[in-house]
Structure formats: structure tokens, C-alpha cells
Design a binder for this molecule. Structure first.
Ligand code: NAG
Ligand code: NAG
Length: 192
């Protein structure tokens, strides 16, 4: 390998590492309101009939922070990811409880099974990764984890939406909104 090629490879590797670990914006101090405004812009929460995502964000972060709180931006991203993980656990627990009743059959049983196990377990693991690493990492690695969680929860939602309305569907729709909020706050700190 010529020196020039070697240098090019070495440089591209080092810039990948920098891009993976360097999170511009993650450690800037920002108010909760500014974080929600920047992250959500004019985005709309899909589950809650056109409610502005900003309000969803303020309500979610407001559970853990007082209005006007100033934190490093990654802390808001962490908080939203953690809330999503906690909510997946409650939703999966409900699906398991209903399954345990033994009255579900066919498609419904399979859809509840995805929430009680399969897809939701994967989403929980992916968002758990985000919680562990969001302070130090951003960029592409974590973006895959957010997208895995979004895809898994959306798959469950779409399946349940084909059946008669259920409280499980409402819970899963809310989880999708929470996951989207976590992702939007992640983008604030450089998640792709
Ligand atoms: C943000 O504020 C905290 C507490 O005042 C401080 O310790 C930290 O260094 C600040 N971060 C930045 C990037 O200015
Ligand atoms: C089990 O399912 C039946 C029929 O849907 C319902 O009436 C009953 O309340 C359920 N029991 C529990 C413990 O969820």
C-alpha cells in the first residue's frame, strides 16, 4: 500500500471515529423549552390527532424537570429515551396480562405476542442502548438503535390497528409518539 493510500485510509478511519463519538451540541446548556422547540419545530404527534409535538415534549420532560430548567442537551435526550423504555415495559406487561387470560386466538394472539415479547423486547433493548450511551455517543450508531425501536413499535401499532380498537393499541400509539419524541431530542444532539 502506498503511503498516500495508507494516509487516506488512516484519515478516513479517524474521521469515522470522531464522527461516531463527537456530539456537537450534546453538552451545551439549554432550557427545556428551547430543547423542545428546537427538537420538535412544527412536527405533529401522529397518535394524538394533530397535537403539536412541542406540547408532547413539554409534558414528557415536565414530568421530570421544572419549567425553565437548564440542562446539558443530552440529558433531555436521555430522559425521553428512558421514559420510552419504561413505557414499553408497562405496555408489554399489559399485553402479557391479557394473553395470560387465554381468550385470545389467531391474529390477535400473535399481535399481542409481538408486544409481550418479540418486537417490543427488541425495541426495549435498542432504546436501552440509547440510554446507556447517549451521554458519550451520537451519530450513526445510536441512530440505528432509535430506528430499530421506531420500526418495532410501528410494526406492532400497524398490526393492532387492523383489529377492533383496544387499550393495547392506545398504549402502543402512545409509545410510538414517545419513541418519536426521543428520536427528535436525539437529533438535537447530533443523532442522524
Ligand atoms: C452547563 O452547566 C453546568 C452547571 O452550571 C456546568 O457544570 C457545565 O460545564 C455547563 N456545560 C457547558 C458545556 O457549558
Ligand atoms: C378475560 O377475558 C374475558 C373476556 O374478554 C373478560 O371478561 C375477563 O374480564 C378477562 N379477565 C381478566 C382477568 O382479564
Amino acid at each position: 500500500m502506498s503511503l498516500l493510500v495508507w494516509l487516506a485510509v488512516a484519515l478516513s478511519l479517524s474521521s469515522t471515529i470522531v464522527a461516531g463519538g463527537d456530539c456537537p451540541g450534546a453538552h451545551r446548556n439549554i432550557t427545556m423549552e428551547a430543547a423542545c422547540r428546537e427538537a420538535c419545530g412544527t412536527a405533529t404527534a401522529t397518535a394524538a390527532a394533530g397535537e403539536p409535538m412541542y406540547q408532547v415534549c413539554m409534558r414528557a420532560l415536565g414530568e421530570d424537570y421544572r419549567a425553565g430548567s437548564v440542562k446539558e442537551a443530552y440529558e433531555f435526550a436521555y430522559d425521553a429515551a428512558w421514559q420510552a423504555v419504561a413505557s414499553y415495559g408497562r405496555t408489554a406487561g399489559w399485553a402479557e396480562y391479557v394473553l395470560g387470560n387465554g381468550t385470545l386466538t389467531g391474529d390477535a394472539k400473535a399481535a399481542y405476542g409481538l408486544v409481550a415479547g418479540g418486537s417490543y423486547r427488541e425495541a426495549e433493548a435498542a432504546m436501552g442502548q440509547v440510554c446507556h450511551r447517549v451521554m458519550d455517543d451520537c451519530g450513526l450508531d445510536l441512530s440505528d438503535d432509535y430506528k430499530t425501536a421506531l420500526r418495532d413499535v410501528a410494526a406492532c401499532r400497524d398490526r393492532l390497528a387492523k383489529m377492533p380498537p383496544s387499550s393495547l393499541l392506545t398504549m402502543v400509539e402512545k409509545d410510538y409518539t414517545s419513541t418519536m419524541l426521543a428520536y427528535l431530542l436525539g437529533k438535537l444532539i447530533g443523532i442522524k
